[in-house]
Write a protein that binds this ligand. Structure first.
Ligand code: B12
Ligand code: SF4
Length: 499
């Protein structure tokens, strides 16, 4: 069958303050739909992938029109949901026989609620689980002209228009069996970049070596809420790295696993293989404090690792406990210390707006961040996505936003009873200003300049800092919202594309 898999149109800069976006925006490949595409191609289907980071809705509809698919799969986060429904509506206006399935974070978290949305009448089915095998089964049913009854992990409308929810499908245990993401479907990979300072070399790509997390922090979205991590074998991971180098000319990889070092000996084995094969790759990974030690970090460094993200979140132990991070401040400090000793650059994101957190706690977090002195920090607003403990029981913790467009880490989607929205915005501004204005930090950055990328990072960081110092309320979510509204009203009329 002819299939299109797409990520809805958006502008990656629109969720950030225009004054700091240049040093914050990641534009990364849509791995979720790529994984599904790989599985469909293996089964003999013809597949096109459209990434809405580089296409307006108008462009997307034009490409759907040209390709004439039988099936369109749309991926959606909470933030992208409205845009996803608009795209579904426009595709149906083009050809109502195209079967449209939605999947991704929002569909998984909201299930029937999402499928009962007013605009969801333009969607034929919803997948609330991993999509690789489910999509294949949907296509089989379409080929056989039967409905989706008993296709596990899906919701659909039967012939009488009744909404039928099938039982869940189990997580995919053998991740090695899924084909590597067919990155060639994305065209030129040079368009995928991270902010300057967060990569060493280009072109770069992203990769997952596992799925899941052993924690269940009360604000974090997880596909399966079972604290179970599924791992790919070291051989399978290294084989994908080799494909990236040899087939796509990739020089740097961001391992996006929630918990790259969840299995100590597997990381050792991956590094051993990378060192043994002398792979010319630099990389970055995300770990939980306490899951590594100095010998492992040194091995990671030898294998090409140059930066590590450690979710620090807060400088107050009581608040770490509230979010159920399962780490202590001492573990965070020790891990950052070891990372530095291994000559790897630590990156520690923080957040404001934890239930029970006060403004004074927020100031302590800023102090803690400066004391840790990592290479790079981020200060976000705690965002409890649908399906998470906070979202499901929000009245116990504070107030939440109703507009799905507020579910980014920059808008303030949640305000705990112990803080105000204005305080969260103010803390973000103070935090960025204090951390990045420290003379020692600036001097260190100047001495670290080795490449054109470092100079770019310094310049863009300097511009962001200028605006923060200029005293503007640059993290005002209403300003970001105005940008989104402009995007939506600028949507071009698609009527001319309808046959
Ligand atoms: C890489 C990434 C990005 C990249 C690329 C996004 C993309 N195009 O895929 C960038 C940097 C652009 C990005 C942006 C944002 N992101 Co992001 N991102 C991720 C990250 C780290 C990995 C996504 C991924 O590749 N996962 C691996 C694949 C295998 O899993 P998957 O994408 O979920 O796909 C599987 C299933 O969901 C399902 N599926 C997915 N799509 C479809 C479609 C169909 C038809 C079917 C049947 C099934 C299906 O099958 C897939 C294969 O099993 C996740 C965290 C995570 N661990 O997943 C956050 C995550 C998805 N992002 C999130 C957020 C909040 C954002 C931003 C709002 C941040 C911001 N800028 O302010 C934006 C929103 C962008 C938008 N328009 O929606 C949240 C979403 C939470 C939610 N419930 O909505 C997540 C879950 C992080 C988190 N835990 O908080 N993100
Ligand atoms: S925030 Fe990090 S540690 Fe917590 S559940 Fe999510 S991925 Fe795991």
């Amino acid at each position: 069958m002819k299939c299109i898999l797409l990520f809805p149109a958006w502008n990656p800069y629109e969720t950030f303050s225009k004054h700091t976006a240049e040093s914050q925006v990641n534009i990364w490949p849509p791995l979720g739909i790529l994984y599904i595409a790989g599985n469909l191609i293996r089964a003999g289907h013809s597949v096109k992938v459209i990434d809405g980071s580089f296409n307006t809705n108008y462009d997307i509809i034009q490409q759907v029109k040209d390709f004439r698919p039988d099936f369109v799969g749309i991926s959606s986060t909470t933030y992208a949901w409205k845009s996803a429904l608009q795209t579904a509506k426009d595709i149906k206006a083009l050809n109502s026989n195209i079967h449209i399935t939605v999947g991704g974070a929002y569909a998984i978290a909201q299930r029937e609620k999402a499928f009962k949305d007013d605009m969801a009448i333009y969607i034929d089915s919803l997948c609330y689980t991993e999509g690789e095998y489910v999509t294949l089964q949907i296509l089989n049913r379409l080929e056989n002209k039967t409905n989706l009854s008993n296709v596990l992990g899906t919701i659909f409308r039967d012939e009488d228009g009744r909404i039928i929810t099938n039982p869940p499908s189990p997580p995919i245990e053998n991740l090695d069996d899924i084909p590597f993401p067919p990155r060639f479907l994305l065209g030129n990979l040079n368009k995928y970049v991270s902010p300057p300072g967060t990569y060493k070399r280009l072109p770069m790509t992203t990769m997952f070596t596992s799925r899941g997390c052993s924690n269940l922090c009360i604000y974090c979205f997880q596909i399966y809420r079972d604290r179970h991590i599924r791992y790919r074998s070291p051989e399978n991971v290294v084989s994908e790295i080799e494909e990236c180098i040899n087939k796509y000319g990739i020089k740097e990889i961001k391992f996006l696993d929630d918990q790259f070092a969840g299995d100590y000996s597997r990381v050792e084995k991956i590094c051993d293989l990378m060192i043994e094969k002398k792979l010319d790759i630099t990389w970055y990974a995300s770990i939980i404090a306490g899951s590594v030690d100095l010998p492992l970090l040194k091995k990671m460094k030898r294998a090409g690792c140059w930066a590590i993200l450690i979710g620090a979140e807060t400088g107050v132990q009581k608040n770490l406990d509230t979010i159920q991070k399962n780490v202590t401040l001492q573990q965070i400090e020790q891990t950052v210390k070891w990372v530095k000793q291994a000559k790897i650059k630590p990156y520690t994101p923080f957040m404001f707006g934890i239930p029970g957190e006060t403004y004074e706690d927020g100031l302590k977090t800023i102090k803690f961040a400066c004391k840790l002195n990592p290479n790079y920090v981020d200060f976000n607003a705690l965002t409890p996505f649908p399906g998470t403990t906070i979202y499901n029981n929000y009245t116990k913790y504070g107030t939440i936003a109703e507009d799905s467009n507020d579910y980014t880490f920059q808008h303030v989607a949640f305000v705990p009873y112990t803080m105000t929205k204005e305080q969260i915005i103010k803390l973000r501004q103070i935090a960025f200003k204090r951390f990045y204005s420290r003379p020692n930090y600036i001097l260190k950055k100047l001495f670290e300049v080795r490449s054109i990328y470092d100079i770019k990072a310094l310049l863009k960081g300097g511009i962001s800092l200028f605006w923060i110092w200029a005293g503007r309320n640059i993290f005002d979510p209403d300003e970001m919202k105005r940008k989104e509204t402009r995007r939506i009203t600028n949507r071009r009329d698609i009527k001319k594309y309808i046959d």
